[in-house]
Ligand binder design. Structure first.
Ligand SMILES: CC(C)(COP(=O)(O)OP(=O)(O)OC[C@H]1O[C@@H](n2cnc3c(N)ncnc32)[C@H](O)[C@@H]1OP(=O)(O)O)[C@@H](O)C(=O)NCCC(=O)NCCS
Length: 209
């Protein structure tokens, strides 16, 4: 299979080239787990996704999140529809790639497929800025993020992490609050909350599969 890259310079990176050489091995691991060919390809598209995101984040080509892409290429992270799943010892960990809106319907379908592929799991878990309850003060209750959040029961773990939400919402590592875009409700919320002296959290939650 061919992976499409937004920019040719992403493909030329030696770290990316090393992953590309491992596609057949990764496909075999995905097939052994029961993924369809399309699900396997979607899982491998994490490589061009992170090459693009890293280029945006750092301003130059070069895959820095190779430790993350390694999960997909070594058969430890699987993209099933809207969500990615990482089988862990105690729970099936959920990750949310940047791939369009997180609609409840897409999440339902993804969880249903996860139950088929991972019937041995009764519990899923997620640790993310998306589960920070403070978002309820800023987003409408109909927002996809809040509807996703409602599926989870908090498990009490977490902590302050302003950098993480800034990275995912603005694609920058060194925020100048005055220069950040205020185009979406979430962007305005992130900036205004930080400006008022507040902090954002990563929060852990669980749900029954
Ligand atoms: C998770 C994600 C798909 C949710 O997006 P969504 O489905 O549009 O979410 P919502 O419906 O709740 O959006 C509510 C508002 O926030 C905005 N918003 C949501 N995510 C945003 C993001 N990452 N950056 C900027 N604005 C965002 C929406 O545009 C909307 O604002 P608007 O009504 O003014 O247009 C999106 O945040 C995303 O792609 N994130 C990157 C991946 C990520 O953070 N994963 C978790 C890692 S721990």
């Amino acid at each position: 299979m061919e992976l499409d890259f937004d920019d040719d310079s992403d493909r030329d990176d030696p770290v990316v080239q090393a992953f590309l050489a491992r596609i057949p091995e990764a496909q075999a691991l995905h097939a052994a787990r029961g993924l369809t060919d399309e699900e396997s390809s979607a899982t491998l598209r994490d490589l061009p996704r992170h090459a693009r995101l890293d280029r945006a984040l750092h301003g130059t080509p070069g895959l820095r999140k190779d430790w993350w892409v390694e999960l997909a290429f070594s058969g430890r992270l699987f993209e099933l529809g809207r969500l990615q799943f990482e089988p862990r010892r105690t729970c099936l960990a959920i990750h949310i790639p940047e791939s369009g809106p997180l609609t409840p319907e897409a999440v339902d379908a993804s969880l249903a497929r996860a139950r088929e592929v991972f019937p041995e799991y009764t519990e899923a878990c997620c640790t993310s800025w998306l589960l920070d309850p403070q978002l309820r003060e800023y987003l409408p209750s109909t927002s996809n993020i809040l509807r996703f959040q409602e599926r989870f029961e908090p498990t009490g773990e977490g902590g302050v992490d302003d950098a993480r939400i800034v990275e995912f919402v603005f694609h920058t590592l060194e925020p100048d609050l005055d220069a950040l875009p205020r185009e979406t409700t979430l962007q305005r919320a992130v900036i205004d909350h930080l400006r008022s002296g507040g902090h954002w959290h990563y929060v852990a939650g669980r749900l029954d599969l």
